[in-house]
Design a protein around this ligand. Structure first.
Ligand code: 9MR
Ligand code: 9MR
Ligand code: ZN
Length: 560
């Protein structure tokens, strides 16, 4: 079912648009007019809130069960309200009272226009999107062949970037280091430690919060590592590359990159020379954090690997202690992703994970000093500000010795941040938990809100937080200005032309599946499904990592 519209193209879109099908059939598939009814095109979970946003309509709506044609719900659209960021008059069709009807296909029909849209209701709704978003990480692998099927289409690339990488900028011209492997960063093929750390950190948070639910999903990852759950096997692929980025003194190189962004060609055809870029303190701190996490997370499965990660974390932690000032990577010869931002958040996160794994009291003192200086929880963060990951590890730690007053303060700040996210969602015409903020990669942030929201839910048991996580997923899957899914191969009318070299560079027409695109930027209406539009339609590991967290949180009801 997933991605069917790719196979059936305009026909499926026409069906979706019902009465205006003749007009829709003439549209290019990349730019169909949005349906007036905008909902989560994947569907809704039984027993959870269910609502669509409807443009320029009033009056009655119905929900019909497709299996027997029965009208299972009849209601009234809410009075239209101006949605500030898109300038549209939007009504809400709330059908939450459906409760827990039988699983299956339904359709929502607006009486006045007789427009109808389909959706599913099922408890396992997010299992397949989760599987695809996680498999997408595997498909991002560098330094190895990858292959996968989706909706009858085969995707593959051969071994790529097998020469990673030249050490010219480390004072060894023409010499190669052992930096093959890892994931490509995004629609480009470079590999950046800061963003790798952000992604691994968020996926580890998913594992620590929802491990049993994740383990119950069979992932479609061909090359697995024996003894490891598939999810951890995929993360190990990235961790092995990260370890190759650590220097003997414990510092960590900033990135592996060509000097400029290359052409839109398949990864196994890309022959631009790639270099190791010298160390940065942010990369070193993010590395320390992920290695410390890995040391505890892999321990039950692979003691030797866990010990290697602990050793790596210790060396980088010691290096950071000896180099307390920010050190920015020297990368002026490179036009590719800079991933530069101040390192205080990275150092806080590193201290939190290192303390959680080792219990070292001296590290706790350092960590609490850092938290004292910045104990608020952000409502809006990405790779450039990872301190929330550290604050949550501190807050949920079961270790002894924390300053109770500081713990209480972080807890209070966390609830305040979660409340702000909930309020933003409730005030928005598409229930967008990031409110009216739009910037490069903001779809990733919409997904990432789930981390703070689920933490607040875990503490309070108040379902308002878990419902806001669902608001985020609803938004990304079609309850938005475009009425489209933002994830390739998932839901209805997903992106067909992401800014992705792999999708663009292979012979297959369909884009590689399971990828969240960056989203509208700088305004709510500024997204185009055009390959050229890297500002809104690229893909990136940190956005998918956040999506994986959000989807994992809904594999079981409200992340239980
Ligand atoms: O293709 C590049 C994309 O992967 C990056 O995220 C983006 C970041 O700045 O840059 C893209 O490359 C563009 C370059 O920056 C400017 N010239 C056009 C390139 C797109 O083809
Ligand atoms: O995600 C990054 C975003 O926060 C920045 O504003 C943007 C411009 O610097 O770069 C984004 O990251 C890109 C990186 O620089 C290169 N690889 C693709 C990333 C996603 O577009
Ligand atoms: Zn590669």
């Amino acid at each position: 079912m997933w991605g069917l519209q790719r196979q059936f193209g305009a026909g499926m879109i026409a069906m979706f648009l019902g009465s205006v099908s003749a007009a829709a059939a003439d549209e290019t598939p990349s730019d169909p007019p949005p349906p007036a009814i905008r909902l989560n095109t994947v569907g809704y979970l039984p027993g959870r809130p269910m609502a669509a946003s409807v443009a320029k309509q009033t009056g009655k709506f119905q929900v019909r069960r497709l299996a027997d044609g029965a009208v299972v719900w009849e209601g009234e659209l809410s009075p239209p309200r101006l949605n500030g960021d898109t300038g549209e008059e939007l009504s809400t069709a709330d059908f939450s009272s459906l409760g827990e009807p039988p699983s299956g296909e339904y359709e929502l029909i607006v009486a006045a226009s007789s427009e109808r849209v389909r959706f599913r209701i099922a408890a396992d709704l997010y299992r397949e999107p989760f599987r695809l978003a996680t498999r997408a990480m595997y498909l991002w692998r560098c330094g190895t062949p990858v292959h996968g099927e989706h909706a009858g289409v085969h995707f593959e690339h051969g071994p790529c970037h097998m020469d990673d990488a030249l050490l010219d900028f480390l004072g060894q011209p023409g010499v190669r280091g052992p930096m093959t492997g890892g994931w490509h960063d995004a629609g480009d093929y470079n590999k950046y430690v800061v963003n790798a750390g952000a992604t691994v950190g968020v996926m580890f948070r998913a594992w620590e919060d929802f491990g049993p639910a994740i383990e119950a999903v069979e992932l479609d990852i061909p090359e697995t590592t024996p003894r490891l759950p598939d999810f951890l096997a995929e993360l190990k692929w990235e961790l092995d590359w990260l370890r190759s980025m650590q220097a003997a003194d414990g510092s960590v190189y900033h990135k592996v990159s060509a000097k400029n962004f290359g052409g839109m060609i398949a990864s196994d055809k890309d022959a631009d020379p790639r270099y190791v870029v010298p160390w940065s303190s942010a990369a070193t701190a993010d590395f320390t954090a992920t290695m410390a996490q890995a040391a505890r997370i892999y321990l039950p499965y692979d003691g030797e690997f866990a010990a290697d990660c602990l050793d790596a974390a210790k060396r980088s932690h010691a290096f950071l202690q000896a180099h307390p000032d920010e050190h920015v990577a020297e990368q002026k010869e490179f036009q590719t992703g800079g991933y530069h931002a101040p390192d205080l958040d990275d150092r806080l996160w590193a201290a939190a994970e290192f303390w959680e794994t080792t219990g070292d009291p001296a590290v706790l003192i350092d960590l609490e000093k850092r938290i004292e200086a910045t104990a608020n929880v952000d409502v809006d963060w990405d790779w450039s500000n990872l301190k929330t990951l550290g604050l949550l590890t501190y807050l949920f730690s079961e270790r002894e010795g924390r300053n109770a007053e500081l713990v209480a303060r972080v807890r209070k700040n966390l609830i305040a941040a979660a409340d702000e996210i909930v309020a933003a969602s409730q005030a928005h015409g598409y229930a967008r938990p990031l409110g009216q903020k739009y910037y490069w990669g903001c779809n990733g942030t919409v997904a990432r809100q789930a981390i703070v929201l689920q933490a607040a839910y875990r503490i309070t048991g108040d379902e308002v937080y878990c419902n806001a996580t669902l608001d985020g997923l609803n938004h990304l899957l079609g309850r938005n200005h475009f009425g489209r899914s933002f994830i390739t191969g998932v839901g209805e009318r997903p992106p067909l032309h992401p800014h992705d070299r792999q999708s663009e560079g292979d012979a297959v027409e369909a884009p590689w599946p399971g990828y969240l695109v960056g989203g509208a930027n700088p305004k709510a209406t500024d997204w185009t499904d055009r390959m050229e539009d890297y500002r809104t339609n690229e893909i990136a590991i940190n956005w998918n990592g956040a999506l994986i967290y959000a989807l994992a949180s809904q594999l079981e009801p409200c992340g239980k």
